[in-house]
Design a protein around this ligand. Structure first.
Ligand code: AMP
Ligand code: ZN
Length: 485
């Protein structure tokens, strides 16, 4: 049986996964700050965490996955001073900070669902304020000091601070705002006092004055509360390897009184990048999942786009790449629909308990190769190549082939067994013609061509083009038209 090997950012090596608790896998992923919509780069982090969770489930572990919701206290960048993102958004939109958080949390959850990300537990930071204050109290004597702006953690009090980052990088330091009186540049706030004379919507009493927790604290507190320390795997975007996760580790070490980081394996997804700045939340048409859908892309095409790259590689977004990925998904769905059409009518509804004959020619070999690939640090891009070849294989019994595709899809999460060609035809928001009208026009054009009335058939085509319809005669995927707006 192939072992699951994962890249641990802490050791910068591939390591065999061995659970802390027999038969279980406990995973914590840093979640969104809900002061705005998530961009598709953020969503790459959750597609990665979900795929990891699916691989662990497939390997037979009982999975507990937590994605926290930061609904308080995260400042712009990793800084400890300055405006609170939540309060700033509330002021800008004339809403309460609580309403802002609830709105964007709901939007985030909708995006998770659209990307077929299995529902994790998602605790809110505001539900753990008391526990955060308790944590702060237990470490304040030995590890913290007080400044005017709050309670600060002294990173020199724990062993090997910054080991995860391999250094306190210059980039890292630049992102930590200067605060007068800090003992070390990397020291960070455990509690941020509300500045004198100000009242915040989100503030709580504490031994260090009215205020709010520093944003690193919630992840230590919630991961311990929900998963226990140490737990198995902590994930996040690569940016968190430099500051946020080293700070979580420092807090864990201080609280637990040991050198252990708190998680056995730390995993980081690389960034989705977009060079023209459309991923910036301040840009007008910023890249969020809804924008992709508005432009006619099915959200699972984005999931596939993420899986096509290894999670540790940068992935450069482009509309062309997304278009090509959608075509790949169409091809997969088209092949699966053809396989389904080959089943005898009465068994068209596949029995979910259909036994997969592991010895069946082709199936055993595929499953073994697929497992070897995904257990090799989640090599989804190669797994997809194997799956493409398997889906288009013509020498297998279709019901066995379909059941095997379903097994692989449980790991990849592309909904291959339920998606239809129709689902993939997402109507662009700016479309000015209905599908029905397109079909009617195309039927009329066909008639005109059959009657050799080419003037009429050309006129119909020109009219369709003017309405954003690209007519694709003889498309090998059987996609006769697409709406391009
Ligand atoms: P934030 O709300 O900024 O804390 O980000 C939520 C998650 O998305 C974190 O795990 C980040 O590391 C991750 N993230 C942020 N930007 C990107 C990006 N461009 N590509 C991939 N992951 C990202
Ligand atoms: Zn975190």
């Amino acid at each position: 049986m192939t072992e699951l090997r994962l890249f641990n950012s802490l050791t910068r090596q591939l390591e065999t996964f061995t659970p802390v608790h027999d038969g279980e896998a406990r995973v914590y992923s840093c979640g969104p700050t809900v002061y705005n919509y998530q961009h598709i780069g953020n969503m790459r982090a959750y597609v990665f965490a979900d795929t990891l969770g699916r691989v662990l489930s497939y390997k037979g572990y009982k999975l507990t996955h937590v994605i926290n919701i930061t609904d308080v206290g995260h400042l712009t960048s990793d800084a400890d001073a300055g405006d609170d993102k939540m309060e700033k958004a509330a002021a800008a939109q004339g809403k309460s900070a609580w309403d802002i958080a609830a709105f964007y949390q709901a939007d985030f959850e909708a995006d998770l669902e659209r990307l077929n990300i299995r529902k994790p537990a998602h605790p809110k930071a505001t539900e753990y304020i008391d526990a955060m204050i308790e944590w702060g109290k237990s470490i304040s004597d030995k590890h913290c000091y007080i400044l005017d702006s709050g309670l600060y953690f002294d990173v020199s009090t724990v062993p090997e601070y910054g080991r995860l980052a391999r250094a306190v990088t210059e980039d890292g330091e630049a992102r930590i705002e200067e605060v007068d009186g800090k003992r070390n540049a990397a020291d960070f706030a455990i509690w941020r006092k509300t500045p004198a004379g100000e009242t915040r919507q989100m503030e709580w009493d504490s031994p260090w004055g009215k205020g709010a927790p520093g944003w690193h604290l919630e992840c230590s507190v919630m991961s311990k509360a929900l998963l226990g320390l140490p737990f198995d795997i902590h994930t996040g975007g690569i940016d968190h390897r430099e500051i946020h996760h080293p700070n979580e580790i420092a807090q864990n070490q201080a609280h637990e009184g040991c050198a252990d980081s708190g998680a056995r394996i730390w995993m980081h997804n690389n960034f989705l990048i977009e060079r023209s700045g459309k991923m910036s939340k301040s840009s007008g048409e910023f890249l969020r999942l809804q924008l992709l859908i508005d432009k006619g892309f099915h959200p699972l095409a984005y999931r596939l786009m993420c899986l096509q790259a290894h999670y540790r590689s940068e992935l450069e977004f482009s509309w062309g790449l997304l278009f090509g990925t959608l075509t790949r998904l169409k091809r997969m769905i088209g092949s699966i629909e053809r396989l389904r059409a080959m089943l005898p009518q009465e068994t068209n509804q596949r029995n979910p308990d259909f036994p997969i004959d592991a010895n069946h020619y082709g199936v055993g070999g595929f499953i073994t190769a697929f497992e070897d690939t995904i257990y090799d640090d989640l090599n989804t891009s190669s797994a997809l190549v194997l799956l493409d070849a398997f889906i288009s294989g013509k020498d297998l019994e279709p019901s066995v082939q379909l059941a095997t595709i379903e097994v692989a899809d449980n790991v990849l999460g592309l909904n291959l067994m339920t998606l239809t060609r129709q689902d993939l035809r997402v109507r662009p928001k700016a479309a000015i013609i209905t599908e029905e009208d397109i079909e009617t026009a195309l039927a009329a054009r066909k008639e005109a061509r059959a009657a050799k009335d080419f003037a009429k058939s050309d006129a119909i085509r020109d009219d369709l083009i003017a309405k954003g319809v690209e007519v694709m005669d003889g498309d090998p995927l059987g996609w006769d038209w697409k709406l391009d707006v």
